[in-house]
Design a protein around this ligand. Structure first.
Ligand code: AMP
Ligand code: MG
Length: 363
């Protein structure tokens, strides 16, 4: 949500049906084109003759859906219309979005929002409290100051960070559940739902797929994955987990699982390097700097993608011990932790096989 605004029109759509690929118009920057090609190769390799997939750029990432059945154009239409609606409501880069209106009215007045936006904000506030503030949907001023993932990224001066840090505090959000209104108490505060909205959109796509009684499907919204149904041969779903030390598309290992959602937060997603140090996009709301918890990535496996999305971000900030404390009180959630020293820890219910031998599983 915090990346460049992407035009919402049919020209960004890629349709892959029975291995026929139609790229309607080339408008992407080199980086985006490269990541799309990787995605397309992946889709082609993983589709059988009767599968179909569709991918679009939305929510600041490539959103792809594979229905393991032929046709279903109307289901794709419904899913991508829904995703675009969510983007129009929640993107910080669209001036008329609910989030932009809330931010513009910070310190002035409360703003009535769509029930979708309110639902996501309420859940974000729940996770802010649940994580003791490690997850904080008011990180907007830090996201803007650092500009990570944009051409204007910078390492800000300490006093600039200190100046805006008081604006980052979820306790200064006021919610009115009757009117679906949101108020940011201090001028200059800014909401950012980048750590949770993709998960919500993935859940909504899954809802549409289940409603259409499609038996098997895969949703992948830039690393927020949902697997629906049971594979035809009854074997477990296999999901490649991104190798946090390598470029996108290179895996660290394979996760095998039943119908679930898998969401990863990692240092590789958006970052810049200065003086050999990596500055990534997940902030510690208490220091104002990219979180340094000894982790390279955290993958959360759970039932609801929005929750897994918020949890993976929160746990990334908190680190292993405190992250485990959160996980153990969150019913049904499992995790894979990848550490800077290349050790990997998995929780008891996870079936994960490393494929990169430079990493190792720690007890
Ligand atoms: P994710 O990749 O889901 O972990 O989300 C990272 C994105 O969420 C960033 O690009 C920011 O837009 C936002 N963000 C960064 N740090 C935090 C945080 N501590 N709490 C909530 N959102 C954050
Ligand atoms: Mg997240």
């Amino acid at each position: 949500m915090n990346s460049d605004r992407l035009t919402i029109n049919n020209e960004k759509r890629i349709e892959i049906s029975n291995h026929e690929l139609l790229i309607r118009k080339s408008f992407l920057s080199f980086t985006r084109t490269a990541s799309l090609y990787i995605l397309i190769i992946f889709i082609l390799l993983s589709c059988s003759k009767t599968d179909s997939s569709r991918a679009e750029l939305a929510l600041g990432t490539v959103c792809s859906v594979t229905l393991f059945e032929e046709g279903k154009t109307s289901v794709y239409e419904e899913i991508f219309t829904r995703i675009n609606t969510i983007e129009i409501l929640m993107s910080v880069n669209i001036p008329s979005s609910d989030i932009s209106r809330i931010n513009a009215a910070a310190g002035i007045e409360s703003v009535q929002v769509h029930e979708d936006t309110f639902k996501v904000i309420e859940r974000a506030v729940f996770f802010a409290e649940f994580s003791g503030g490690a997850f904080d949907p008011t990180v907007g001023p830090l996201v803007s100051l650092w500009g990570i993932g944009t051409r204007d990224h910078q390492l800000p001066a300490q006093d600039e960070i200190e100046k805006i840090l008081p604006l980052v505090n979820w306790r200064n959000i006021e919610l009115d559940t009757e009117t679906h209104s949101v108020f940011l108490k201090l001028p200059g505060m800014a909401r950012d739902l980048g750590a949770i909205a993709k998960g919500y959109a993935a859940d909504e796509a899954a809802y549409i797929i289940r409603k259409a009684e499609i038996e098997r499907a895969k949703i992948d919204f830039g690393g927020d994955i949902i697997l629906i149904g049971i594979k035809e041969d009854k074997s477990l779903w296999r999901v490649g987990i991104q190798n946090p030390g390598l470029s996108k598309g290179n895996i660290l290992g394979i996760l095998q699982m039943q119908e679930k959602t898998v969401v990863t937060s990692g240092v590789y997603e958006r970052y810049f390097i200065k003086d050999e140090k990596r500055y990534h996009h997940i902030f510690d709301p208490f220091t104002g700097y990219p979180a340094e918890s000894g982790l390279l990535s955290v993958t959360v496996i759970s039932d609801i993608s929005m929750d897994a999305d918020a949890l993976s971000t929160a746990i990334f900030v908190l680190g292993y011990e405190k992250g485990m404390d959160l996980l153990t009180v969150f019913p049904g959630a499992e995790a894979i932790f990848v550490f800077e020293d290349k050790s990997v820890r998995v929780t008891a219910g996870v079936d994960f096989k490393l494929t990169d031998e430079s990493y190792w599983i720690a007890e």
